[in-house]
Write a protein that binds this ligand. Structure first.
Ligand code: MEV
Length: 447
């Protein structure tokens, strides 16, 4: 069957759905039913969702959970999290509760500058370009004055503009690097608009200033960088080692040492660092999504930052000094609490409400803390009981749901496996035994 289609974007939403069901789902009635069942019953809300992206045909739900009991800089928070992975919200909640009685999390923003570049090539002499740049710098800045006027009133705007010579790495390649303060907005559109305006002025002004017609300045592109090494937040916890956990086979001292070693392994071993940081991103992405921020941008920035010295390393650190255990995170986070989805998506609005409508700086502190809490919970489990114990509880529920277990069957089997970590096949066998028959064949569920 020919699956190519011209003018798809021009079709009505209904026509798009009909095409999809006909061509890709064999006209199956269930496909249509499923898509319709995922539409919001309030057509005004559905329209908002339809208009977030192009070619919307349905909504894709993620669970929206909350992790209470976070104490950050003395303030209590319940943190909203949108995530499909089991155990993440539970881990955040457990860490929050653990640290609440030990002084809570302390967090501060180190700096919140964002960076964008005009990437261009210039085939003249560098000295001419340096002199041109110094002549036109003020005009370049002025050319953005209408775009920056509101931001300047709010205390933001352009804070720096420099010419960067990159010709050692790429022939004739230069940048104009621009630094921005974007207050409570993430600022991507603002930054890109400023850069594009400046790039146009750069061409106009260079044509006026550089008289020799054979000198060519050509703009390649103008765009913000999602790497934000000057938009950094720090969050930490600390307590006397004696207040950490112990168990039947380990003392608080042993726990602290093992925990610190686990962090050190992730500092020197990229295989471990990747998983370690993935766990941190579980906590971060979930809050980023719930608050309508751009998790791809945050992921990209954090991973670049993790490799800033040439090797991919842990984003968290641990230290033990004079009997005090200290655990912290320092990461780039470019976030907004105004603009974007913040006033559009009803659950994003609610999330920000739950957090007390924070400023972007406060949200940076909350998000970094969520990442740190997640990493604490993961390392605590990994270095003591192992990760599967907690994971399998929820995993078990997912397998039982997949098998179509009733609420009573779920209760019986959860009780049955309360002390062990069952494998998929064991759950299926126990389920079949309980029903006294062979249940449905289900593919192994992987969390
Ligand atoms: C699972 O999503 C995340 C962990 O693997 C993180 C880690 O190993 O630190 C548990």
């Amino acid at each position: 069957m020919n699956r190519q289609i011209k003018g798809f974007s021009k079709l009505s939403k209904q026509a798009k759905i009909e095409w999809l069901v006909k061509v890709h789902l064999n006209d199956h009635e269930d496909g249509m039913k499923l898509i319709n069942s995922y539409m919001h019953r309030d057509s005004a809300v559905q329209k908002i969702h339809d208009e977030f992206i192009e070619n919307t045909v349905a909504n894709y739900y993620l669970p929206f959970g909350v992790a209470p009991n976070f104490l950050i800089n003395g303030e209590q928070y319940t943190i909203p999290m949108a995530i499909e992975e089991s155990s993440v919200v539970a881990a955040a909640s457990k860490s929050a509760k653990f640290w609440m009685s030990r002084g809570g999390f302390k967090s501060h923003v180190i700096s919140s500058k964002k960076i964008g570049h005009i990437h261009f090539i210039y085939d003249g002499h560098k000295d001419e370009l340096v002199s041109l740049f110094s002549d036109i710098k003020a005009d370049l800045l002025n050319s953005t004055s209408t775009i920056t006027s509101n931001m300047r009133k709010r205390g933001g705007g352009i804070s720096d503009i420099t010419l960067v010579d990159k010709t050692q790495e790429l022939d004739e390649y230069y940048q104009i690097e621009v630094k921005f303060e974007t207050c409570d907005s993430m600022g991507a559109n603002f930054i890109n608009s400023c850069l594009e305006k400046m790039a146009k002025s750069l061409i106009d002004l260079s044509e006026k200033h550089v008289k020799t017609s054979d000198k060519k300045l050509e703009i390649i592109m103008s765009i913000l960088s999602n790497y934000t090494p000057e938009c950094i937040v720090h969050s930490e916890v600390s307590c006397p080692i004696s207040e950490l956990i112990d168990g039947p086979n380990f003392s608080t001292d042993e726990f602290a040492k093992k925990f610190k070693l686990a962090v050190e392994i992730a500092r020197i071993e990229p295989f471990r660092a990747t998983t370690h940081n993935k766990g941190i991103m579980n906590g971060i992405d979930a809050v980023i999504l719930a608050t309508g921020n751009d998790f791809r941008a945050v992921e990209a920035a954090c991973h670049t930052y993790a490799a800033k010295d040439g090797q991919y390393r842990s984003l968290t650190y641990c230290d033990i000094n004079d009997g005090i255990f200290k655990f912290w995170i320092q990461i780039p986070l470019s976030l907004g609490t105004v603009g974007g989805l913040t006033k559009l998506h009803p659950l994003v609005k609610m999330s920000l409400n739950i957090l007390g409508n924070p400023s972007a700086h406060k949200l940076m502190q909350i998000v970094a803390t969520s990442g740190l809490a997640q990493n604490f919970a993961a390392l605590k489990a990994l270095t003591t009981t192992g990760i599967q114990k907690g994971h399998m509880k929820m995993h078990l529920l997912n397998i039982l749901n997949q098998l179509g277990a009733t609420e009573i069957e779920k209760e019986i089997l959860q009780q049955h496996f309360s002390k062990s970590v069952p494998h998929h096949a064991e759950v299926v066998n126990a389920f079949n035994d309980l029903r006294g028959s062979k249940g449905p064949e289900v593919e192994e569920y992987h969390a």
